[in-house]
Ligand binder design. Sequence first.
Ligand code: C2E
Ligand code: CA
Ligand code: CA
Length: 723
Amino acid sequence: MILDKLHQAPEQADHPPRILAVDDEPRILESLQTLLQNNGYLVTTAQGGREGCRQLLRGTFDLVLLDLNMGDMDGHQVMEFIARKQIHTAIIVVSGETSFAAASKALRRGAHDYLRKPYDSDELLNTIEKTAQKILLEKAHLSMQERLKKSEELHRYIVNTSPDIVFMLDPQGRFTFLNNKVESILGYPKQALLGRMIHEIIDASDLKRASYVIEEQQSPRGEAAKIELRMKAHNEKHASRYFEVTLFPIENRGTHNLSGTLPIMGIYGTARDITERKEAEEFINFQAYHDLLTRLPNRTLFKDRLNLAIAQARRSKQMLAVMFLDLDRFKVVNDSLGHAMGDRLLQAVAMRLENCIRSCDTLSRFGGDEFTLLLPSINTPDDARTISKKLIKTLKDPFQLGNQEVFVGVSIGIALYPHGGDSVDQLIQNADLAMYHVKGRGKDGYQFFSESMNTHSSGNRLQMERDMRMALEKEEFKVYFQPLVASDNERIIGVEALVRWQHPERGLIYPAEFLPLAEETKLMTELNNWVLQAACREVKRWIDAGHEEIRLSVNFSPSQVEHPKFVQNLMDTLTKMQFPAKNLEIELTENVVMNDLENITRKLRQLSNAGVTIAIDDFGTGYSSLNYLRRLPIHTLKVDQSFVRDLNDSQEEACIVNAIVSMAHGLKLNIVAEGVESRNQLDYLKSLGCQEVQGYYFGHAEPANKIFEKIYSEKHSKVSLGH
Ligand code: C2E
Ligand code: CA
Ligand code: CA
């Protein structure tokens, strides 16, 4: 509506001037009419002042030719009438009076000109013509002013209803003009900003860039510059927002510089609010590089950062570490408590992990319950080791989900640049592989990648998984037995069942190569059950043949022990095989026990009550404390082979073995030293009071019949295994 009004064109005078002649003498009126009409004017006559007033009310006249001396109502009264009624018309007074007073009175009242009677017709026409010109000029001027006013209103309207903030700056960067938008968008009263620097309302983070662009616009190039920046709000009621600011230099066209360019009077600018677009972009960007559940970087961003870190490490000849973390038992939580709880658990885990790392490290959610961690520069592998221990420890405490307490653990594989891979994919793949070794053995919570893990087969997991499934059906798996020996008389007191895969093409495959993968799939449970049954079936035969004391040690994987029906399944198998519980020892690693202390304790107690003995395998490599050992129904500690291996040349290892043995004695635990390969080692262990030993010195793991021959001949010929 307002626009309609603004668009209306001002009135135009497009007709000949209309004249009203007022006189009380009809003769004069007549001659005037003829004269003026002949000269192209539109003429109306009125005889006397009263008639004149009537006519003025009835029509519109550009000019009134008014006689002063009239009988009924004189010219002055008519002029008063015109003024009172605010009638717009020009007046030429005609009078027989010669006094200056009469003329000046008439002119003061608003008459445009004065003609003295008698006048000749030229004089009259001249005066009328002059006045008509004056009127026209006045009208044109008025109409021009009107148009200017309207045009200015239109511009003001456009500027103020513009969706953008419109402003002008002086050459120093101070606001000289602002439209109303700055009030509604940012909350600044317009007046408060005028005269202030634009820099004052630009967000600090964009100030440098903005200053540069504003500076640029001070030199005349006639080009617009665009910049995206954030502007601060006036108060808390408004938030700071993103703008796309366009700046144009305003050139002073009047003068030229010496160089011939135009000097700059200031800058004209518009600022378009692009906050919504920007936020959408930011969200999309965030989404593309982050995991929305944990808000951690995702796989893409991780790889990107790793790529940079590798380049950096290569230049500065430094080491970096990539860790692959996989939660233990996450699936159990997710399946039993539901996905919502699973999600909450992941968030809580992410938070705890994040608290263990520095700001320059990148922790990412790689997918599912897998996380990756990049330590961009480390000095020694020990740095990675320290962090790993920290990460493992931080997840040890139970998580409170609603009114449920849940336990999760984490398996960590570590690959170090450059030895553990020198590309993004290599490092991640190798850390992943190392992680599977942790999982498969339920050993340490963490392990470093080593070349030996990278067997030819590990590349093709799917194929391997298919092959393993087939192997189970075709009974390609075999149980081998390694003798356990009493250190004093060196006679076999038991065997440890160790699984092998008799591959039709590749020959004998060792567990290190296929157990990690089996653990990852459902195959592990099947395989474990099969091993237990096959081993029991075999040893049962020996027992039945008169070797009642033979102990069977079987390794149990983490997933097996964590199964809710672990105890029942095990007892069922023993019953089915008619295997005496007291002849069975199960081997668990420290971490299996530590991960879920309460549950495990309950299960182990049940087994122990049934007569099964329990051994902690690879003792000394984990992070268990003696405190919990005291509380657990444990019978045997198997000292990890790494300590025994280094006995010969390391004083430190000797101390550790010494400590473990004396501690075991204190706790009345049976102790087995693993990996005994030489007489020296045996003698030393014996001197420490270690009663049971196992290792290549007494024999490798072998098929059942080979071992049985040894047991049999030992018993009947009284020959021991020792050399
Ligand atoms: P482990 O329980 O620590 O088994 C001992 C490993 O050390 C065996 O390797 C054995 O062959 C090897 N070994 C024995 N004496 C010596 C020695 O004097 N020197 C050296 N260098 N090594 C010796 P193996 O059979 O390759 O088994 C590797 C691991 O695989 C086992 O470590 C165990 O954690 C796991 N494993 C083997 N069989 C089974 C199974 O049936 N079920 C489960 N869950 N895990 C198994
Ligand atoms: Ca073992
Ligand atoms: Ca072991």
